[in-house]
Design a protein around this ligand. Structure first.
Ligand SMILES: NC(=O)C1=CN([C@@H]2O[C@H](COP(=O)(O)OP(=O)(O)OC[C@H]3O[C@@H](n4cnc5c(N)ncnc54)[C@H](OP(=O)(O)O)[C@@H]3O)[C@@H](O)[C@H]2O)C=CC1
Ligand SMILES: CC(=O)N[C@@H](CCC(=O)OP(=O)(O)O)C(=O)O
Length: 348
């Protein structure tokens, strides 16, 4: 790709929380030009009319999601509910448009598993086969060659990054992994839902999806790739009364000779621009990554026992969605991986 010409970008689903987060990041990206931002409900309206944070940064109107219009782009992000992208992507790929899907349409390699968890048959199994799972810390080389990237889910990003070093080295029992994970309410999207109301979600804390959450097969698929064989995982998500952030507390039973885990984590992520292994004994906070594309990780072995506890935090809308999507775009387009992604988190 010619680095002097700006990459023409389309966003399908520009009114949602991940859509506006893509806009926040991309208006400051040096190598892109936003050419199409879609919304069915806001078509014809100024984007900055809905999101005043973009006033002075973007002069564009929402348009209806039209394939002919989107085909003029070099790369299109889908920030839409599950099941939307798979209907439009085949035509866009034929028009040589690269795709990053923030939804789950292309994340699960087995179409029957997808149907089981998402309740609908897959619309383009051939495209599913060519899609690359967009966790750069695992699949960077394949992402660089991909026409279509499946951006990981928010919980799966925090959980997989936290477990990878231990599983790659075979240091924990892969059959009894426990991922106790908490998310802010923006993880549920902008659409009106009872559970997202202030009076329902604030000043309270609860688990959900204990019997089975659709991120379970996604995390299992990624961790099985890391170990080379199926893993056993108990994944319990929780809703916390905050807007952004994911905190995953990950447990594993150590094998006898596990060695210096702090050194292992530091070495595994030394070259990763967006994974910060914190000093021994640290307790990462979600606010330390709020608004940034970082994952901060700390590794503990309480009382020197046989259980390792890994703490992994991300912003669900950034490393868990839009930031990782831009990171994938950078890799796919041969740009510096950190281009447009150097935001420092907001504290407090
Ligand atoms: N929120 C988060 O933290 C994360 C979300 N994701 C995933 O990213 C995707 C987007 O999430 P989020 O931004 O939270 O969702 P929202 O509900 O906030 O936004 C959805 C967007 O999609 C558009 N849309 C809805 N239906 C269609 C359709 N049939 N055709 C075209 N556009 C449509 C909506 O606009 P309009 O109706 O006006 O067209 C809206 O802009 C989802 O798949 C979600 O699971 C992934 C990781 C984290
Ligand atoms: C707090 C909350 O509701 N979180 C969402 C997950 C976030 C997400 O959007 O994940 P996908 O991209 O895989 O759909 C949930 O549990 O359904």
């Amino acid at each position: 790709m010619n680095h002097n010409a700006k990459i023409k970008i389309g966003i399908v689903g520009g009114t949602g929380y991940t859509g506006v987060e893509l806009l926040r990041l991309l208006v400051q990206h040096p190598n892109v030009e936003l050419t199409a931002v879609t919304s069915r409900s806001e078509a014809g309206q100024d984007v900055h009319g809905l999101y005043p944070n973009l006033r002075g940064h973007l002069d564009l109107q929402f348009t209806a999601p039209d394939v002919d219009n989107l085909s003029q782009c070099d790369l299109v992000f889908f920030a839409t509910p599950n099941g939307v992208a798979m209907k439009l992507v085949p035509e866009l790929l034929k028009a040589n448009v690269k795709i990053v899907d923030l939804a789950a349409d292309f994340r699960l390699k087995d179409p029957l598993v997808w149907e089981q968890w998402y309740g609908m048959p897959h619309a383009c199994v051939d495209v599913l086969e060519q899609a690359v799972y967009g966790l750069p810390e695992m699949n960077r080389t394949q992402i660089a060659q991909a026409s279509i990237v499946a951006n990981p889910g928010c919980y799966p990003t925090a959980v997989q990054l936290g477990y990878l070093p231990l599983l790659e080295k075979g240091l924990i029992d892969p059959q009894h992994l426990i991922a106790d994970s908490k998310s802010g309410v923006s993880g549920a999207g902008r659409e009106a839902k009872l559970g997202s109301l202030l009076c329902e979600a604030s000043e309270s804390f609860k688990a959900y999806g204990v019997a089975g959450h659709r991120h379970l097969p996604e995390i299992r698929q990624g961790l099985s790739q890391a170990t080379g064989s199926p893993v056993g995982l108990t994944f319990v998500p929780h809703l916390t009364p905050m807007i952004r952030g994911i905190h995953a507390t990950l447990y594993g039973r150590l094998n006898a000779d596990s060695g210096d885990l702090q050194a292992l984590y530091e070495a595994r992520f030394a070259a990763e621009p967006f994974v910060d292994v914190m000093p021994a004994g640290s307790l990462p906070e979600t606010r330390s990554v709020k608004g940034s594309n970082n994952c901060r990780i700390a590794v503990h072995v309480p009382q020197g026992g046989d259980t390792v506890v890994v703490l992994s935090v991300i912003d669900n809308l950034v490393k868990g969605a839009a930031g990782q999507a831009v990171q994938n775009m950078n890799i796919m387009c041969g740009l510096p991986e950190s281009a447009g992604l150097n935001q420092v988190a907001l504290m407090p």
